[in-house]
Design a protein around this ligand. Structure first.
Ligand SMILES: [Zn+2]
Length: 353
């Protein structure tokens, strides 16, 4: 006779679970150890243990319910954890800096629900930190202009009371630039870090920007250059390899203080791992110009790579006023604005001293 599944299950239960328990009782009742149990005895035992089976069943059910509730609570807590981590990330990304751009390269994806991964991602350091630091024997730059239409906006002499306005305009147009800084107005030195954090490049222009002091001797020049380097290091953690000579490498003023000093400096700076960037386009703001004149001067260039000289100082309000029109013009002409990096095109003037 074919037995139903239910009967098979019941027999399995009796043989595997019930019978051993029952046999134990048997021994306690003084029967012979190992004596076979007749199945007909079972119902009696079953009856005597019915309430215990019921209790055990209830306990097991309660355990399942409690375990289920525990799992649900755990799940909820995990979600809260992810939410908290996401919120933290959002707060960090709202900080006005560019370091979030680098975060994207670490595999930390937005909306990731792997909270453990979020919590264990190491602090991301700016890849520019190591790359842009001055290293002797590693002079940056290329003298090949390439086919891409690029404008390198460069601001000398700052930071100043105008730096913040310049940064706001650059942000508005999503444009990156380069600041060759001085220590002339140390009360604005925090703007060095601000500019760097917003993705702009920081270069050195000398600390004092006092031609008589800077160009009095090779030693005096380097002392002043490294003082600017220390100022930048204090703000962003390293001394950058990008520099611009006050007056450019072609300046003739330095001859008043030390004949031939530029000829020495252009090679000495490169021996230390610096690269100097002159310009092939000028806004004309070194002199006194109206905003209109600055726009006209700046937009008169059409070469592929434009290294545009501008100034960041409290006296150069017109440069700030002209900036939006200059940026709009070059964007309409298909140019991309870039901050100087190690691969950037280098413009060198001829040395006149
Ligand atoms: Zn200058």
């Amino acid at each position: 006779m074919k037995r139903s599944r239910w009967e098979e299950a019941r027999d399995w239960f009796i043989l595997v679970i019930w019978k051993p328990l029952w046999e134990k009782d048997w021994k306690q009742e003084g029967r012979k150890a190992g004596e076979k149990v007749r199945n007909s005895d079972l119902p009696v035992q079953w009856k005597s243990r019915k309430k215990w089976i019921l209790v055990a069943g209830l306990v097991i059910c309660a355990a399942f319910v409690l375990f289920g509730a525990y799992l649900l609570l755990q799940g909820g807590e995990d979600k809260e954890g992810v939410k908290a981590a996401d919120n933290k990330n959002q707060e960090q990304s709202q900080e006005p800096n560019q370091k979030q751009d680098q975060n994207q390269g670490t595999g930390l994806e937005e909306g990731s629900d792997q909270s453990e991964e979020v919590n264990t991602v190491p602090e991301v350091t700016d890849p520019r930190d190591a790359a842009f630091a001055v290293q002797s024997g590693n002079v940056p730059g290329t003298f090949e202009a390439g086919d891409e239409k690029v404008v390198y906006l460069t601001f000398d002499d700052g930071p100043s009371r105008n730096t913040e306005r310049v940064l706001e305009i650059l942000d508005r147009y999503q444009v990156k630039a380069t600041f060759f800084i001085t220590g002339q107005w140390p009360e604005y030195k925090a703007m060095i870090k601000e500019a760097y954090d917003r993705g702009h490049t920081i270069g050195l222009h000398t600390y004092s920007h006092d031609y008589a002091a800077v160009y009095s001797s090779v030693d005096a020049y380097f002392q002043d250059l490294w003082a600017a380097g220390e100022l930048v290091k204090e703000q962003i953690g390293y001394v950058p390899c990008f520099i611009r000579f006050p007056g450019g490498a072609s300046n003739t003023i330095s001859a008043n203080y030390a004949q031939g000093i530029m000829t020495q400096l252009v090679s000495l700076v490169q021996e230390q791992g610096f690269q100097y960037y002159d310009w092939n386009a000028s806004s004309g703001d070194g002199g006194v110009c109206t905003t209109e004149e600055l726009i006209q001067n700046s937009t008169s260039y059409s070469q592929n790579v434009i290294m545009l000289l501008c100034h960041d100082s409290g006296a150069k309000d017109n440069t700030v006023e002209a900036l939006p029109a200059i940026i709009e013009y070059f964007q309409s002409q298909g140019y991309t604005f870039k901050a100087i990096d190690r691969e950037s095109y280098v413009v060198h003037h001829g040395v006149n001293n």
